[in-house]
Ligand binder design. Structure first.
Ligand code: ADP
Ligand code: ADP
Length: 230
């Protein structure tokens, strides 16, 4: 079953044609890595999937919701489609635990005890049980990103989007974050789309690798085949 389906999607920023006739289907449970040069449209592509960017024409269906319909409810969509950004976007004045508990409490009205249990479970998955009472400013970049991942997981989404999750990190922290993402791939059935420049990661975890250039998908291959290209 297709969880994400782009049908001839175009996106313009003014006169600039950022996404050109994109056709792309991602099935439930598939892990797709998106690579390509800076400015090629990767971020625009992934941000359209949860409605952070609108598109100009074509059709995009995510988790059964038709995003070309102006009445599509993006808040409902975003309950099921989590996103992790390059720059964490944590609540700086809240503790790690509060960061993870906030959205399920407000959006899902999850029972407080249950909410804490689930938050602790995901903070354990990302290796941060020692830091639950810390504020983001007391954490390294890699730790902050792992909080952001736990926060996204706590909503129990069906789809997770990662937009260059390690690009803002010091080199020694990149593997910690990639290993957490790997663990999610191994232990869940989630559909995932990951924009990254980490080729080794792509080869290890992706079902498919998509190469974007100048607003177009120029390659869409099983991960192992992708690396046979010169
Ligand atoms: P990538 O993620 O591959 O670096 P982006 O999707 O961020 O690429 O950007 C694709 C192109 O669209 C770039 O040329 C960028 O400058 C342009 N672009 C992105 N966002 C905007 C915007 N809000 N307004 C105008 N142009 C934009
Ligand atoms: P990133 O590579 O992290 O996506 P960018 O520097 O490409 O960051 O973009 C940062 C913000 O500026 C984004 O919201 C993007 O939409 C916007 N942006 C990027 N390129 C342009 C542009 N040419 N004109 C206007 N806004 C842009």
């Amino acid at each position: 079953m297709a969880m994400i389906e782009f049908k001839k999607v175009n996106k313009y920023y003014g006169d600039f044609h950022a996404l050109k006739n994109i056709d792309l289907k991602v099935n439930q449970g598939e892990v797709v890595v998106v690579i390509g040069p800076s400015g090629s449209g990767k971020s625009t592509l992934i941000r359209t999937i949860n409605g952070l960017e609108s598109f100009s024409d074509g059709q995009l269906i995510v988790n059964g919701m038709d995003l070309s319909d102006k009445k599509a409810d993006l808040n409902t969509l975003r309950r099921d489609v989590g996103m992790v950004f390059q720059h964490f976007n944590l609540y700086e004045n809240k503790t790690v635990l509060e960061n993870v508990m906030l959205a399920p409490r407000l959006v899902l009205k999850r029972d407080e005890e249950e909410n804490k249990k689930i938050a602790m479970k995901y903070l354990e998955l990302v290796g941060l049980t020692e830091k639950v009472d810390s504020k983001p400013r007391q954490l390294s970049g890699g730790q902050k990103q792992r909080v952001a991942i736990a926060r996204s997981l706590a909503m129990r989404p069906k789809v997770m989007l990662f937009d260059e999750p390690t690009s803002a990190l010091d080199p020694e922290m990149i593997d910690d974050v990639l290993n957490v993402i790997k663990k999610i791939v191994e232990t869940t059935e989630m559909t995932m789309v990951v924009v990254t420049h980490e080729m080794g990661f792509a080869r290890e975890v992706a079902d498919r690798v998509i190469f974007v250039d100048d607003g177009t998908i120029v390659e869409d291959d099983p991960a192992e085949e992708f690396y046979h290209h010169p």
